[in-house]
Design a binder for this molecule. Structure first.
Ligand code: AMP
Length: 226
């Protein structure tokens, strides 16, 4: 079996990393590790971690690095990570990236492959503030470019669509500001190490998927690890 592989999907909220990570994880048999989903799950279940991070997520700020690292380290011990994994929304700060490097080294992984999803700020605002999802089946809609057939209702199961509290316009602006300040330096960090690939994520989902496939196929050809 091919050795496992660590992929990192980098990009602002709304760049479509989550959608592409879900598709690629299925296609390549990797675990999809979204730190945002893990926090939302902890909040839903009312765990001690969930209680701590709930106000932080609601404000659009970043969770302190030590809480994120503890959660990620624990998650990597689970069996579905054995063939490799895609980080979606992690790392988000330079200290997280440095600690992840040490963690991957200790676990015997090589360099991660980092894919940056680039989109213009105007498109991001429209995508995020227009995003609604079905609380039952998870289908994501966008009132501007992928609306449901009936406004506010899921096409698949008829459930009332919900907006993530942090997708409200005022919070979206804070999340994009947090990204610029804390996460954008990560692309330089990984570019200098020669492990960064950039994708134009302003295109339709299928086209972004094609670009991603071709990057992953090249990486596979280069070192046969995917
Ligand atoms: P996301 O779904 O990736 O946009 O994440 C939603 C929220 O979870 C973010 O706005 C942060 O509050 C928190 N979060 C997710 N991942 C991280 C991370 N790697 N570092 C710090 N905070 C995070």
């Amino acid at each position: 079996m091919a050795p496992s592989r660590a992929l990192i999907f980098l990009g602002p909220p709304g760049a479509g990393k989550g959608t592409q990570a879900k598709l690629a994880a299925q296609k390549y048999g990797l675990a999809h590790l979204s730190t945002g989903d893990m926090f939302r799950d902890a909040i839903r279940r009312g765990t001690p971690l969930g209680k701590k991070v709930q106000p932080i997520l609601a404000s659009g700020a970043l969770v302190p690095d030590e809480l994120v690292m503890g959660m990620v380290e624990e998650r990597l011990t689970q069996s579905d990570c054995a063939r490799g994994f895609i980080f979606d929304g992690f790392p988000r700060t330079l200290p997280q990236a440095a600690q992840l490097d040490a963690l991957l080294d200790a676990k015997g992984y090589g360099n991660p492959l980092v894919i940056e999803f680039c989109v213009s700020p105007e498109k991001l605002l429209r995508r995020l503030a227009g995003r609604w999802s079905c609380p039952l089946c998870g289908t994501i809609y966008n009132e501007f470019n992928a609306p449901p057939k009936i406004a506010g209702v899921c096409d698949r199961d008829g459930a009332a669509l919900a907006q993530r509290p942090d997708d409200r316009f005022e919070v979206v602006k804070d999340r994009l500001a947090a990204y610029e300040r804390q996460t954008l330096p990560l692309s330089d960090y990984y570019r200098r190490r020669g492990v960064l690939e950039v994708i134009d994520a302003g295109q339709a989902v299928e086209e972004v998927g094609r670009q991603l496939d071709s990057v992953l196929r090249c990486a596979d050809g280069a070192d046969g690890r995917l």
